[in-house]
Design a protein around this ligand. Sequence first.
Ligand code: HEM
Length: 455
Amino acid sequence: MSAAIPTPRGLPIVGNGLQVPVEGTHRFFADLAAQHPDGIYRLNLAGRHVVFVHDPDLVAEVCDETRFYKPIDPPLAHVRDFAGDGLFTAREEEEVWGQAHRILLPAFSQRSMKAYFPQMLEIAGNLVTAWSGRPEVDVSDDMTRLALDTITLAGFGQQFRSFEQAELHPFLQAMGSALTEAMNRTRQLPMVTGLKKRADAAYRSDIAVMQDTVDEVIRARRASGEKSNDLLGLMLEAADPLTGARLSDENIRNQVLTFLIAGHETTSGTLSFALHHLMRNPHVLAQAYAEVDRILPGDTVPTYELIMKLDVIPRILDETLRLHSPITAIGLASREATTLGGRWEIPAHQKVAVILKPLHTHPKAWSDPETFDIDRWLPEAKAGHHPHAYKPFGNGERACIGRQFALTEARLALAMLLQRFAIADPAGHRLTIKQTLTIKPDGFRLRVRPRLAHE
Ligand code: HEM
């Protein structure tokens, strides 16, 4: 028997749109999830009707790619203003998605991670140097520098040297403002966006700054005449193995911009949240120190092989991504009319959102869900996990292509920080979250002290 999907009461025209707060969105959705124990509800966001699911069995259904696909709707439709038909914001029917995906896959193989390792190590070394001279550090800012410099060096052979600048790179400032505007537009009626001329001019100018940065990266590579198998090298040289097609200059620009955005916001958020959880869980911090002292004793320089031997640190990252996924939701849409859970009727092309936190803490899939427990990720425990209760890297074909890159970079950075520094949080940081397209801790500072006697 079919049932009506519950919808909280809203206002005329804007529906539930104004109820979604600009700050504390995650709390709002956590409360809504708690109010809907069937794991499904619908919101009217200024005329856009979206069904939200967080029950793992319903999520399993919407992750079936024969029934659901990734639509490019707000906020991604706005991010498309600057990322165009790059992988993240390409529409399903755009042929260039498959071409770019196939051309770039080899650049994300395990073998490529080994090839990027020296660059990852160089930038992690810059982070260690930057922290060595300071008693206190701004965690999110420095993780952002680390991740941006790593993707630009490993992916495009460019040195951004972010640790040498007091201010974040102009690209980052432009990107931050453009993403904020893209999120604002998601909440506004299009008519309101059209009236905000000043905001629109600033948005255009931020997009121009980002595109100029990217054009310079591409120009420098072309001018150097260098041949490389990194991301940029593949895009400039390689043909799609299936169709023989090559990527256009405009598409390469969109891909580079996409990698700069997708490749650093998320990794930096993950590392910042991981440090937050370590401060809250001293027994896990002690385990991490013990592991680092065993695998990287003294000032051992990490190698790819040593980093792959880590066990506690990867589990810290897995558990961090469960409780704080930097990308907070994934969006899907039904291909045809269908029924979820045997009773919820969904019309064709219905937008469906999976908010990750309620899924990642659903009692059906997780015991003691709010506890930071890295033993959930021991092999025997992991074997018993619900197959669709953990989606920090998205779903199916459109899942994150950069997953191994991010995890290798994050393992290395965390291991090196713990090898070199005693980290403390004397002020007892109360977690506040900054949200743009992704989330990260806001104003999170740590006290750091060298661990090695000669530093
Ligand atoms: C897609 C998460 C790091 C590049 C995605 C998606 C998620 C995600 C959830 C799917 C989004 C959707 O369905 O709309 C993460 C997390 C990361 C991370 C949590 C770090 C911990 C990276 C890195 C790169 C990258 C380092 C690049 C080097 C991409 C790209 C896509 C994507 C290009 C689009 C894939 C496609 O649709 O073909 N990521 N990501 N990500 N990610 Fe990541």
